[in-house]
Design a protein around this ligand. Structure first.
Ligand code: DGL
Length: 259
């Protein structure tokens, strides 16, 4: 059982930011990553569509015998993880915008959150925000257009810079001191965000927390891979693999698959 892979899925290549944290913390684990880039962005789809795509990804990973699934997508987590947990009999780890640490530590009493429309509209996001945002201004911004540009490999484009500048301005005007990244594609924007944000603004991303939670759940369920064989980390995409290969610095095996 323990040599079975960890399954990871995202609407595209963004969840590789989570894979990298998991791989750094659990280098001995086999894994299978599913980039559903053909259906990206999930952020503008209905809850029902997001659930249907999450079921499709889950069933594929289960057919590959995964022992645990990481939903490396805030949009899929906030809209579909409770359904997945109710339906399938393996542990699911999700990712959500880390509003809590930002709200607990802000000194300016203003925090920014950049996420997809689907995440910001979800009940789970509202519940978390209501719980922690007492007395704090939360400036929510839909990152419309960001995911498609990242999927096209245009992280450092002029287009991206113009888009991000426009999204950050209302947050800068509101004097935020924390920016929460609510989408797994966005950590790839950190160099650009640091360039555009005032120096005192801290960026929070949940990737490391997800990796720690994955490790804890594997330990609790006695699912840690204890064999010494070199692990296999496989990547599947349903669109042109070039950008996924680039973002992985060509260190892993990437295959085109029709799913
Ligand atoms: N990486 C996904 C997330 O975390 C992107 C969603 C999308 O495809 O819009 O939300």
């Amino acid at each position: 059982m323990n040599t079975q892979p960890i399954g990871i899925f995202d609407s595209g290549i963004g969840g590789t930011s989570v894979f990298k944290e998991i791989h750094a913390l659990l280098p001995n684990e086999n894994s299978i990553y599913l980039a559903d880039s053909k259906h990206a962005p999930y952020g503008n789809k209905s809850k029902q569509e997001i659930i249907a795509l999450s079921i499709k990804n889950t069933e594929y990973l289960l057919s590959k015998n995964c022992k645990l699934i990481v939903v490396a997508c805030n949009t899929a987590t906030t809209n579909a993880i409770s359904y997945l947990r109710k339906t399938y009999d393996i542990p699911f780890i999700g990712i959500e915008p880390a509003i809590k640490p930002a709200a607990l530590n802000t000194e300016t009493k203003a925090v920014g959150i950049l996420a997809t429309k689907g995440t910001l509209a979800s009940d789970l996001f509202h519940q978390t925000t209501d719980l922690y945002s007492n007395g704090i201004k939360v400036i929510e911004q839909v990152g419309e257009g960001i995911v498609p540009l990242i999927e096209e490999g245009k992280v450092y484009s002029h287009e991206m810079k113009t888009l991000i500048k426009g999204y950050l301005q209302p947050m800068i005007n509101a004097d935020i001191d924390y920016l929460v990244l609510g989408c797994t594609h966005y950590p790839y924007l950190i160099p650009l965000l640091l360039e555009l944000l005032p120096k005192h603004v801290k960026i929070i991303d949940s990737g490391l927390a997800v990796a720690k939670q994955t490790k804890a759940i594997l330990e609790q369920n006695e699912l840690i891979n204890t064999t010494i064989k070199t692990p296999e980390n496989l990547f599947y995409t349903n669109t042109n693999p070039t950008v996924l290969n680039d973002i992985l610095e060509r260190k892993f095996k990437v295959e085109l698959l029709n799913f």
